[in-house]
Design a protein around this ligand. Structure first.
Ligand code: DGJ
Length: 737
């Protein structure tokens, strides 16, 4: 996967077995983009792709260079103020009040491997032959602002990781006002943009819209990547479907305020910009200082949206997620939240745990309500200890851990370190530790305030408090929650002119705490959570290999949420629990087996009072848990194919295939029954056409047949035959010839 440099044409060609990306240095030293797409052979000069024609109103930078203008060129990292009137990739306010920048080529460096990004999550390599990196350094000679564009191309993935490092090599301070992680100008705009948008309990629904001239996109100003708009966009050709056609995915490895937009111009070009949202960002860069942007990852597919997603899945589960749990089977948890809320006592917990153990679950997660005097969400957040004489946990966490061990379960714990209730010891001691604008009343949400993670002492305090908790009993799993968005984002530890840094410093503080805790407890499995899936993003995935996908545990709703989430994220990241019926979020009744058939395509767990199930239901659950154990490795590591879209009809289907194509698991779900309905059929993907597969320990069919004619689905074999919300799993095993 070389990075070719052609000095005569001043071109860089980054390529691997799947993709090519070509940058050209213009005569004035500014970089332009010539190509981003499927792999092409290298050549000395790609500059025939540069479109330069005199146009009215064109601005060029000198009279000798009037044949092209930035406005009409595909620029690589566009700036403001010298003739490109589209949204720029960066803006810097200078000490003389100017914002004009001229970033021109200064030098470049190519090396094997991929650098880590200081304090930020990022994809990584395990050996230097897994990626090559180009550092392309641009300089604004007048201010001394250096802008180092980082490109890492992976050997094994149709993906390119990008970020930017700004260095102030001048004599005056600068204020970065916009510092995009990625800018890409595409030569045409014949694309549809897909975004993953939603709200609490209906996160990451795919929305598609054709690009039209102007600005289109998604963003977050909530202080978290948000349930409303995930930091991901896809551009696909109008005819692209799951299996055919071009798709370009863009994913920001960041958990805070973001902006992911396209700017389509009136000459048919489309610019993609992705990075920290500039509206809430101002970063002072003193002489000698540098600023590193978050990473953005681009994936390209010529085989449809499905392959684009699988590229992200493979990359993110193997080279973004890290640590002990990355490549290990995840424990099947029982979480007490939907069974008890914050009101419980130890006998109740132990009964839930006991029941869970009898059906085969492995780890008990004690959710919210175990600390301070917490009986509901009005008190004690921030007081991370079990008080003496606690009625809920008389022997503390340690006592509970011991009892769970006796039952045969491991122990996991819920925390929400970023928040405090006004009614808490910690807030009474340190009211100055919350984010709060001077002279204004902080706005509560869920009765809580946000701690100022831009303050090192806050992060230090929490590390010590949580280190004590995690070190004090045998805790194997942590669910790190975050239950409100950020308002009044002002840090009393920073001067007025640095308040534009607080949102980003907050996220850096969160990452720092994650870093310290995961380093101190490398064997603890972390699951991220934010009122369900309000911070389900690649940044979190770097620290926590799985995330609570949504507070919505209804199976039919989960089909949609997990389907949308799979556009960018692997199944190994999606925590999915079987919960009670009627469902607590939507009141829907569905068969226990249907609920399990949805959860099995994620990190399977349960969140209910198993003791309240009938004998038959308990038996069903036991069987489904055994199945989940049998398939958890395949689901975690296999290739995922979306077969039928639940947003588009009355059915949903998907499947996961092992890397060697010897096993597959297919889920088929019927959302609504229909009278006198058509034949139900599902056409499979990803199998080996030359192999034969035994289906559900019965008939044998060729992989070619299954991928062309498909499987027939008999409604009377599905769960809850004749009712809505039924499902069937097909287990496929290759048979020896
Ligand atoms: C929101 C989470 O998404 C729930 O699963 C639960 O942990 C509650 N918070 C507890 O407050």
């Amino acid at each position: 996967m070389p990075v070719h440099y052609h000095p005569l044409s001043r071109e860089f060609h980054l390529c691997n077995g799947f993709i090519s990306y070509v940058i050209h240095i213009l005569p004035n030293g500014m970089p332009a983009n010539l190509y981003c797409g499927g792999r092409v052979r290298d050549r000395e000069d790609f500059s025939y792709l540069l479109q330069n024609r005199r146009r009215s109103l064109a601005v060029s930078q000198s009279t000798e260079e009037n044949s092209y203008a930035q406005q009409y060129t595909c620029m690589e990292y566009p700036v403001f103020g010298t003739g490109d009137f589209r949204y720029p990739a960066c803006t810097a306010l200078q000490s003389d009040g100017s914002r004009v920048l001229e970033l021109r080529y200064e030098k470049h460096n190519v090396y094997a491997g991929k650098p880590a990004l200081q304090g930020l999550p990022a994809t990584y390599t395990e050996s230097d032959d897994e990626a090559d990196t180009l550092e392309l350094t641009l300089l604004d000679a007048q201010t001394g602002l250096r802008c180092v564009l980082l490109y890492s191309i992976f050997r094994d993935h149709a993906a390119l990781a990008r970020s930017v490092r700004f260095e102030n090599a001048g004599k005056e301070p600068l204020v970065l006002e916009r510092a995009m992680s990625l800018s890409l100008d595409l030569p045409d705009m014949n694309y549809e943009m897909i975004t993953l948008s939603g709200a609490w309990s209906r996160e990451r629904e795919p929305f598609a819209a054709p690009l039209t001239p102007g600005v289109q996109g998604v963003y977050s100003l909530a202080g978290a990547s948000s349930a409303e708009h995930n930091p991901f966009i896809m551009l696909k050709r109008p005819s692209t479907d799951e299996d055919h056609g071009e798709a370009l995915g863009f994913s920001l490895v960041y958990s805070g305020n973001h902006m992911c937009v396209t700017v389509a111009d009136t000459h048919g070009k489309a610019r993609v910009l992705m990075g920290i949202h500039p509206d809430t960002f101002r970063w002072t860069l003193n002489p000698g200082e540098s600023f590193q942007t978050p990473e953005a990852v681009m994936a390209y597919s010529a085989q449809g949206m499905g392959e684009m997603s699988r590229t992200f899945h493979r990359l993110y589960r193997s080279r973004l997620a890290r640590g002990f749990w990355r490549d290990r089977e995840r424990p099947l948890v029982i979480n007490n939240w939907e069974a008890t809320g914050a009101m419980f006592d130890q006998p109740q917990l132990l009964e839930i745990a006991h029941q869970a153990q009898t059906v085969g679950l492995e780890l008990f997660v004690l959710d919210d309500g175990w600390f301070g005097h917490r009986d509901d969400d009005r008190q004690s957040l921030g007081d991370w200890y079990v008080p003496e004489g606690s009625l809920k946990l008389p022997q503390g966490l340690q006592g509970l851990a011991v009892r769970l061990k006796e039952i045969g379960l491991q122990f996991g714990l819920w925390i929400e370190p970023e928040m405090v209730n006004p009614d808490s010891e910690i807030y009474r001691q340190h009211p100055e530790w919350i984010l709060c604008a001077p002279g204004r009343t902080p706005s509560p949400s869920r009765n809580q305030y946000v701690l100022d993670f831009a303050r090192a002492e806050v992060v230090d305090y929490l590390f010590l408090a949580l280190e004590k908790i995690l070190g004090g009993s045998d805790i194997r799993y942590v669910k790190w929650d975050m239950n409100r968005y950020i308002t009044e984002c002002y840090s009393h530890a920073l001067p007025p002119e640095r308040q534009g840094e607080v949102y980003h410093r907050y996220i850096l503080g969160v990452y720092a705490l994650y870093d310290r805790l995961t380093a101190a407890f490398p064997r603890v499995l972390f699951e991220s959570c934010a009122s369900g899936g309000a911070r389900f993003d690649p940044g979190m995935l770097y620290y926590a290999p799985q995330a609570w996908t949504s507070d919505n545990t209804d199976a039919m709703e989960r089909l949609k949420i997990q389907y949308g989430t799979s556009y960018a994220y692997p199944l190994s990241a999606m925590s999915a629990h079987v919960s009670e019926a009627p469902n607590q979020q939507v009141g829907r009744m569905s068969a226990l087996a249907t609920r399990s058939h949805v959860a099995i395509f994620g990190v399977f767990g349960c969140e209910m009072n198993i003791g309240a199930l009938t004998v038959e239901e308990k038996e069903t659950l036991r069987e489904q848990i055994a199945l989940a154990k049998q398939y958890r490795e395949l689901v975690r590591t296999g290739d995922f194919y979306r077969l039928q879209n639940p947003y588009c009809g009355s059915s949903c289907a998907w499947m996961v295939v092992s890397g060697d194509q010897s096993r597959a698991l297919v889920g088929y779900y019927r959302l609504m029954v229909r009278a006198n309905e058509p034949w139900l059929r599902v056409t499979l993907r990803g199998l080996n056409a030359n192999l034969d597969y035994r289906v559900n320990a019965g008939e044998v069919y060729g992989g070619d047949l299954l991928m062309n004619a498909g499987l027939t689905v008999e409604p009377d074999q599905m769960t809850s035959n004749g009712a809505d919300f039924s499902s069937i799993l097909f287990e496929l095993t290759a048979v020896a010839k």
